[in-house]
Write a protein that binds this ligand. Sequence first.
Ligand SMILES: [Zn+2]
Length: 358
Amino acid sequence: MKTRLRLLSPRFRDDGRAHVPLGPRARAVVRELRALLSGEEGAAARVWHRHCPLCGAGEADRIAEKDRHGLPLPVNLCPACGLVYSAAYLAPAFAARYYAGPAGAFKLEDESAEAAFRRRIAPGAYCWRRHRYVRDVLAAAYERVETVAEIGCADGCNLVPYVGDGKRAIGCDFDQARLAAGRGAGLDLVAGDLETLLAGGVRAGLVILSHVLEHVGEIGATLARVRRLLTPDGVLYVEVPGLAFIRPRADALAVDGYASSHDLLGYLQFEHAYHLDLAALDSFAASAGYRRLAGDEVVRAILVPACTSEGGVAPATGRAEDVRARLDAAERSYLSPANALRRALRRPYLLLRRRLGR
Ligand SMILES: [Zn+2]
């Protein structure tokens, strides 16, 4: 792949420095992973794209080289279709090992899996908003959903509202500690992935992929495979961290409790293979034979299998330029003197607030 270095700003260089505060466990995992990736084993840990995974273009602009934890993450913007994707994704064998262990260091630093589960199902937690969104979009069709299946469910918190509505719910994940926390509350959770559910004969009227699709190696192939899990009138709920939510502070957005940010580096994560906005998700969905019933830039979307696959979707003219312009504007906002002052004052402010016990 022919790659041009066009970093959004110097702070996206792969200098190994973390952008967000890390606890001791996360710092140790970052050191371990950096050593692994630069060693012999590193070559087998990741699969490198040879073409844009959406449009097949053989050229890319490299816009970032690291993630928020200071891990190497080469991020491309496709000049042909505007897709933002990681130049390499985690190889399946490495991904299974990574999600079963080290990944947890970035999620639950001092919190037990049980405490996290309780927090994630508390009143006001996102699982209730996700559920309400799905229920509102499906309206009367919601009542006909008998089985809900979630792939990459972690502790299964997203399934709790459906169980409360009398649905059968089943989830799968690789993280044994998180699975155990959900099972402890009576959820039906299995160790494994989509293939495990298919092998178990599961068919669902609603399949949930919440913060999963951005992790998979090949989105099109995964979406196509997920169709097998759906009943004939089944629907798919997809949620991914929306790239269009990275925007200048002056143009900030808040939707249903989700807030935008001007900090792309804070958004980038080593384990994310794709950085999608709604248009990019639409293109992948159409090429995998879905049409979208509803969606927003959070990103949340409800997809249904289409009668005929539309095949590849031609990229919209000027889309790559639009994506770049939005990310550049967000970065200018992040680097602005006003924001530098805000960041400089934040630490003393937080310390003072802690001293005052607020
Ligand atoms: Zn492309």
